[in-house]
Design a protein around this ligand. Structure first.
Ligand SMILES: C[S@@+](CC[C@H](N)C(=O)[O-])C[C@H]1O[C@@H](n2cnc3c(N)ncnc32)[C@H](O)[C@@H]1O
Length: 246
């Protein structure tokens, strides 16, 4: 599932990405960091524009973001005054052994070369430290959300992450899973703006992009739960997987 073309396609649209993507609910972050009292050192792997970094900073932790894409790192620096991301990846983190109390990952674990990443995360964590990847997934049990995902080819909703990813290898204890619900309020134009930050749209041909935009406009104009609405409550499920380093 690691695809560098798609991973790096985010960089050019970093500012839009930061504007539209959902934030992580505080209760999910507190659950991820249960047993890791602030101020502890938390590494945010695949930090992107810093959405998760800022959530964790807000809880009083020291955060070290790590991000391979220069466009994302530049946007993170602008949006997160006083914090600069390290150039690096989940497979190669420029931090000493045992130097982190926790490693979090927002919406990026599925891009990693997991076997190499598990070894590198275990190296960077102190014994007993926490590793927790987190996903904000659209709640596709809501009919219009499922339709939106189909139209915009949002095939990467990591809805079944618990089954797919709940094993971090021999250096980690068994994985616990937590799930949290929340919504974000967006105008229809902002939903379209957000969909334009998705890797499928960014890498689609101009014809395909036009087709998607036409079908989206149709959905907003005709779906009974959406037609005539100035704003839309987009429902999300936040899923956290959490384990401790042995
Ligand atoms: C969907 S974005 C998530 C960004 C941020 N964590 C958030 O929650 O908004 C995925 C990020 O993972 C980064 N990424 C892709 N492959 C990676 C890897 N192997 N190691 C670390 N980061 C990676 C991408 O550059 C991108 O910034």
């Amino acid at each position: 599932m690691t695809d560098p073309t798609h991973a790096l396609s985010f960089g050019a649209a970093a500012a839009e990405y930061d504007r539209f993507r959902p934030r992580y609910p505080q209760e999910a972050l507190r659950w991820a960091l249960d047993g890791v009292p602030a101020p502890a050192r938390v590494v945010d792997l695949g930090a992107g524009t810093g959405i998760l970094t800022r959530g964790v900073l807000g809880l009083g932790y020291e955060v070290v973001p790590v991000e391979p894409d220069p466009g994302m790192r530049a946007q993170l620096a602008v949006a997160t005054p006083g914090t600069a991301a390290l150039d690096g990846s989940a497979e190669s983190v420029a931090l000493p052994d045992g130097s982190a109390d926790a490693v979090l990952v927002g919406q990026a674990y599925h891009w990693f070369d997991r076997e190499r990443a598990h070894a590198e995360i275990a190296r960077v964590l102190r014994p007993g430290g926490t590793f927790a990847p987190i996903w904000n997934t659209r709640d596709e049990r809501v009919a219009w959300v499922a339709e939106l995902s189909r139209v915009a080819h949002l095939g990467d909703n990591a809805g079944n992450v618990i089954d797919r990813y709940a094993d971090f290898g021999p250096a980690f204890e068994p994985v616990a899973a937590g799930e949290f619900r929340h919504t974000t309020t967006l105008t229809p134009d902002e939903v379209v703006g957000m969909l334009h930050t998705r890797s499928y749209w960014l890498t689609a041909s101009p014809e395909e992009q036009e087709k998607i935009d036409r079908e989206l406009a149709d959905l907003f104009a005709t779906h009974p739960d959406l037609a005539g609405r100035g704003t839309i409550e987009m429902p999300y499920r936040t899923v956290v997987l959490r384990s401790r380093r042995r």
